[in-house]
Design a protein around this ligand. Structure first.
Ligand code: FAD
Ligand code: SIN
Length: 526
């Protein structure tokens, strides 16, 4: 199948949907998504969306909190514009039907999370992402200009490379003409030509053994852009969420929102002793990288597999009203969180790095934009402030649309693009080759490129990954396409980028902590 659209959107989370809803006012939008439309990290977001709504909060305070959390590596210009545009973008969500919790007087009920100096997190109970995803999907389904195609896997973005023109990472005229999209039902690769392509493929948590991310989070967008010689940065900054439910057989891991700590829950060891305050005076509400490291260190010191979150300190009524989903989940495995502590452990949660974009969400590749978790806008620096990611997606999908609609009239379809060439792909190897390599990758990343790193560990990961890379590329070239091999290839690509960027960073900063380098001496972090 070959088709032409004004806008091709790859991914149907908050970033893709927000862009599609806006772009559809200027042209035809085709949105492709890997599995079901609502499957992605957005749907599982619990805590909420950070935004300055009422005094005594101010934009300045939210800007400073973001800079401090980012260990002074965030781009101040990007931080300022994101925070200053936050209220408008969040109110737009309300116009699209998103129902944020309110107080009795009708004002928004605001929560607090680690690293925030004020209560500023708008939420819908502990299911904020579900509420946002549902309402945006409803709006998209109603829009006559949006076509949504489920169960399609974007394989590669199309550039001059596919026309036989050599490009390299220094080329400043690489242009995106759309993408090759695999259809698992027909087993064919479709060519979708687009004037503008939006990459909104979300995160990459699946490269680790344990993650809060859903199974679609295999870093596909970052890998595609990297292979197309686009700019990718900051991949060493993988955020581990301090509190996922310790339930070893469950994958993905179930999150216990940081908003519970904002509401009074405290991290403790098995004996009921607090410990994070030994590492940071802000205790359980310090920025996420600090809390996750404190837990990791304490688990190693005490030789245990998890610590506890004492939620019995939160009034019962607040648990029932604000955290019904977590209450029900824990009860389903025999833990009454109004009476007992929750066993928790840090797991991979969020990629702060990704496809480099400018203040308009434009990538280094012409006519290609990126938004949401796959993008690196400069907002998060070395560590993302909690609940800033849904916000970032809204702000940059909006900005990308403004820029894209200005350039749209001057772009024409590239008719020289060939269809996908699958000649010579005959091998249908046993699945075990793919599933085993995936497990090996996850073990390598978790053992050597986790919360605490060192030069030796990174080198070991690099060497092991190289073997997996060579084997998988050889298999991919010969194999009949199946989703599993495409994902494995992407996961190895992003694993390589995480390791490479970690090796290049000769300091311990934010989420990148190396035993070989002293911590960055922050002027603003205590
Ligand atoms: P996603 O919502 O992950 O969507 C990605 C989309 O891309 C999916 O539709 C997927 O199928 C599709 N896709 C991927 N690869 C391909 C491909 N090759 N071809 C076609 N489609 C593809 N952030 C906050 O700000 N506040 C929170 O409270 C919060 N809580 C969180 C809780 C959990 C459990 C998790 C996992 C994350 C949380 N985050 C939170 C982070 C936030 O949810 C995500 O960063 C954000 O939702 C990402 O949105 P997105 O649109 O970029 O990606
Ligand atoms: C949470 O609810 O703790 C997750 C918030 C986030 O990742 O921003």
């Amino acid at each position: 199948m070959r088709k032409e659209v004004d806008f091709l959107v790859i991914g149907s989370g908050v970033a893709g949907l927000c862009f599609a809803l806006k772009a559809a006012n200027f042209g035809k939008v085709c949105m492709v998504t890997k599995t079901k439309m609502d499957e992605g990290s957005t749907r599982y977001a619990q805590g909420g969306i950070a935004s300055v709504v009422y005094q005594p909060d101010t934009y300045e305070k939210h800007i400073e909190d973001t800079m401090v959390a980012g260990d002074e590596l965030s781009d101040r210009n990007i931080v300022e514009l994101t925070i200053r545009e936050s209220t408008e973008r969040v109110m737009e969500l309300v116009e699209w039907g998103v129902d944020f919790d309110k107080n009795k007087d009708g004002s928004f009920a605001l929560a607090k999370e680690g690293g925030h100096s004020e209560f500023r997190v708008l939420h819908h109970k502990d299911m904020t992402g579900y509420e946002i995803e549902e309402k945006l999907i409803l709006a998209a389904q109603k829009h006559a200009n949006i076509e949504i195609i489920e169960n399609r896997i974007a394989l590669e973005i199309i550039t001059q490379h596919h026309l036989g023109v050599e490009v390299n990472r220094r080329s400043n005229d690489i242009t995106c003409y759309g993408a090759y999209i695999y259809n698992p039902e027909t087993k064919e690769v479709d060519t979708i030509l687009a004037k503008i392509t939006m990459m909104a493929t979300g995160g990459l948590g699946m490269v680790y053994e344990h993650t809060t991310n859903p199974v679609v989070a295999t870093g596909d967008g970052v890998a595609m852009v990297y292979r197309a010689k686009g700019a990718v940065r900051g991949m060493e900054f993988v955020q581990f969420h301090p509190t996922s439910l310790y339930n070893p057989k469950e994958s993905p891991s179930f999150l216990i929102t940081e908003a519970m700590r904002g509401a009074g829950a405290i991290l403790k060891d098995a004996n009921g002793n607090t410990f994070v305050d030994k590492y940071d005076e802000r205790g359980s509400l310090a920025p996420r990288d600090i809390v996750a490291r404190a837990i990791d260190s304490e688990m190693k010191r005490q030789g245990v597999d998890h610590v506890y979150l004492d939620t019995t300190l939160i009034p019962k009524q607040e648990i029932f009203e604000h955290f019904p989903n977590i209450y029900a989940k824990c009860l389903s495995i025999g833990i009454d969180i109004t009476k007992e502590m929750i066993p928790v452990v840090p797991v991979a949660h969020y990629s702060c790095g990704g496809i480099q974009t400018n203040e308009w969400g434009a990538t280094s590749i012409i006519n290609l934009y990126a938004s949401g978790e796959c993008a690196s806008t400069g907002l998060h620096g070395a560590n993302r402030l909690a609940s800033n990611s849904l916000l970032e997606a809204l702000v940059f999908s909006h900005r990308a649309c403004i820029k894209a609609m200005q350039t749209l009239p001057s772009i024409s379809f590239c008719q020289d693009v060939p269809d996908w060439n699958s000649e010579g792909t005959v091998l249908n190897e046993e699945m075990v080759l793919i599933t085993q390599s995936r497990k090996e990758l996850q073990t390598i990343m978790s053992s050597y490129v986790g919360i605490v790193r060192s030069n030796l560990r990174l080198q070991r990961a690099f060497d092991r990954l190289e073997i997996l890379y060579r084997e998988t590329e050889a298999l991919y070239k010969k194999s009949i396409l199946i989703p599993e091999i495409c994902e494995l290839r992407n996961m190895i690509n992003v694993g390589y980028l995480i390791i490479k960027h970690a090796m290049d960073r000769k300091e311990s900063r934010g989420l990148h902590y190396s035993l070989d380098y002293p911590p960055y001496q922050s002027q603003t972090r205590k």
